[in-house]
Structure formats: structure tokens, C-alpha cells
Design a protein around this ligand. Structure first.
Ligand code: NAI
Length: 313
């Protein structure tokens, strides 16, 4: 039989853990031995109000099952306070699950400054604040696991969610860089785009789908990504309904339009448009170095055309 994944001795912070996905993560980590900080502001889905009830209830649930947990009621915008709760209660911080979230859906033209700012403050800035507060501790102990919660709405776009899409894909950009900066300290950062029935999705999904897409189908991926045995870093995963898939970028072969002796023109872009967009034999660049290397190669090919009057471009 395979060895069960244990989180004994690990301290895990789950933001927005008073309900939905976050609650499920908190319960699952605690069940496997982690000491859990259950953070939740306890407000409504649009970011209004606050209450300690949501976090307290999950802490009670964990304790009733013999687990270790403590509540924190601060907004993720005050990241230091969340990490301080972990340090005060358990003396360290090993895992941060950036999960707290709200929605303020509006068609783009009707999106107010507040709709934009509040979504960015909670999702993107909140994840930044919480993760930065944990970062030095993780560096010192040479261990850390971080999850960013993105969304299919960010990856693909979704009508009425311009503010949310932008913030959610911003979190992927943040994760991509943290994965690079954290690698040598054994700090791994991965991003998930989950789908599950919750109070956030019950406004947009039919009730039977809300019921069938259980949050418990998402938690196992989060636990594996946060285990010390897992070497995945900088990944992006779609997860829901009991299915998990990984995403990556794909790029067309592209076309070199520039000739050494001629300026580039928009007409040449137009004329080659089909080829520029043709994904036959697409490549899968995985780093900024690979991306830059393409440009260096192009420069040298155009240069060589300069030297050789009959280029094979
Ligand atoms: P949920 O509403 O059940 O859970 C979010 C929790 O975050 C709530 O308990 C809320 O009180 C808390 N929260 C909100 N603002 C906070 C703040 N400033 N500080 C601390 N806590 C705060 O929603 P759900 O569905 O469980 O969402 C969890 C995360 O997953 C969110 O980031 C959401 O955007 C994301 N997500 C969920 C999807 C789904 O299908 N459920 C789809 C894509 C992304």
C-alpha cells in the first residue's frame, strides 16, 4: 500500500477558509496532521461586512475531530496579521493557500472604480500581502508551499467579469515569478483554477451543478501540491468534478517579416497573418530565456541575410 501523505508538524494558513473551497482545504490539511490557521473575514460575497462566525465554526469542526486549528478574522489585505497568527499559535508557517475571494460582476462599461479596486485588493493585493509576509520565514527554513487561486474566467475571459478576470490572471503572473524566485529555497508556488459549487458560484450555476461539483474534489490537488514530496513548481492546473488537468503556453512557429534592407510594414503583417497564427508545429516555450532566445535567433538570421544576399528565410 502506498504511504499516506502526512502534514504532521506543518503549519498551514488557508485564507477565506470559513466556507466553500477554503473550508474543505482546512479540514483536509487538519485531518492529515497539519496545524491550521483558518482565516476568514466573514463578509458577504461582494466584500461587505465582517464576522468571526465563519472562521470559528470551521475551527470548532477541526477541533471536534481532534485536529489543531486557530481562527483569524483579518482581511487578507492585512497579510502580516494572518502570518503573525500562525507564528503566535504554532511558531512557524509552511504552507499558504491564497483562497479568499469575492465577486463584483458587472458588464465592463458599468464596472465602477470600487468594483475594480475591491476585487484587486482582495484577490491580487491580498495574495501579495499574505505571501510576502510568509516569504522570509519560508526562505529561512528552506521550505514553503504556496497556492494561488486563479479562475477559468481569468484564463479564458468571461462576460461580466473583467475586474475578476484581470485580478485572477494577475495572480498567475505573480505565481510564475514566485516559482522562479523561490526555487532555490525550496519554496514552490503553483496556481489552480478550480470549479466547485459554493456561495460564489450558486449565483451563476444551476442548483444541481452547485450540488454535484463538490469542493472535496478540489482539495486533493491542493494537498499534493503543498506536500514536501511534491516537486511541482510554477504549474497551472484546472480542477473540478474529480478531474485535474495541467495547462501551458503554446506559440506558433511565427514568421520573420523583417528584411535587413527593408523596413517592416503593416501590409507585410496582414499578408502573413494566416502563417503568423498557424499553430501547426507549435512550440511550448516555458521560460523567459526561451522566449528571448527566439529573438536572438531572429536577429542573427536577419544579420546573416545582410551578409548573404540570397537568404533562405
Ligand atoms: P466562498 O465565498 O465560499 O469562499 C470565499 C471565502 O473568502 C468566504 O468565506 C469569504 O468570507 C472569504 N473572504 C472574502 N474576502 C475576504 C478577505 N478580504 N479576507 C479574508 N477572507 C475573505 O467561495 P469559493 O467558491 O469557495 O471561492 C474560493 C476561491 O476560489 C475564491 O478565490 C474564488 O474566486 C475562487 N474560485 C472559485 C471557483 C468556484 O467554482 N467555486 C471558480 C474559480 C475561482
Amino acid at each position: 500500500m502506498s504511504v499516506p501523505l502526512s502534514f504532521d508538524g506543518k503549519v498551514v494558513l488557508v485564507t477565506g477558509a470559513g466556507g466553500g473551497l477554503g473550508r474543505e482545504y482546512a479540514l483536509a490539511f487538519a485531518e492529515r496532521g497539519a496545524s491550521v490557521v483558518v482565516n476568514d473575514l466573514g463578509g458577504d460575497i461582494k466584500g461587505g461586512g465582517k464576522s468571526s462566525a465563519a472562521a470559528d465554526k470551521v475551527v470548532e469542526e477541526i477541533k471536534a475531530k481532534g485536529g489543531k486549528a486557530v481562527a483569524n478574522y483579518d482581511s487578507v489585505e492585512e497579510g502580516e496579521k494572518l502570518i503573525q497568527t500562525a507564528l503566535d499559535a504554532f511558531g512557524r508557517i509552511d504552507v499558504v493557500i491564497n483562497n479568499a475571494g469575492i465577486l463584483r460582476d458587472r458588464s465592463f462599461g458599468r464596472t465602477s472604480d470600487l468594483d475594480w479596486d475591491l476585487i484587486h485588493r482582495v484577490h491580487l493585493r491580498g495574495s501579495f500581502q499574505v505571501t510576502r509576509a510568509a516569504w522570509e520565514h519560508m526562505k529561512k527554513q528552506k521550505f514553503g508551499r504556496i497556492i494561488m487561486t486563479s479562475s477559468a474566467a481569468g484564463i479564458y475571459g468571461n462576460f461580466g467579469q473583467a475586474n475578476y478576470s484581470a485580478a485572477k490572471l494577475g495572480m498567475l503572473g505573480l505565481s510564475n515569478t514566485l516559482a522562479i524566485e523561490g526555487q532555490k529555497y525550496n519554496i514552490h508556488c503553483n496556481t489552480i483554477a478550480p470549479t466547485a459549487g459554493s456561495r460564489l458560484t450558486q449565483t451563476v450555476m444551476p442548483p444541481d451543478l452547485v450540488e454535484s461539483l463538490k469542493a472535496e474534489y478540489v482539495a486533493p490537488l491542493v494537498l499534493w501540491l503543498c506536500h514536501s514530496d511534491c516537486q511541482e513548481n510554477g504549474g497551472l492546473f484546472e480542477v473540478g468534478a474529480g478531474w485535474i488537468g495541467k495547462l501551458r503556453w503554446e506559440r506558433t512557429q511565427g514568421v520573420i517579416l523583417r528584411r535587413a534592407a527593408e523596413p517592416m510594414s503593416p501590409e507585410s503583417v496582414r499578408d502573413k497573418w494566416e502563417q503568423i497564427c498557424d499553430f501547426t508545429d507549435a512550440t511550448k516555450p516555458a521560460s523567459i530565456q526561451e522566449s528571448l532566445q527566439t529573438l536572438v535567433d531572429v536577429l542573427s538570421r536577419v544579420e546573416s541575410e545582410n551578409r548573404d544576399p540570397s537568404p533562405k528565410l
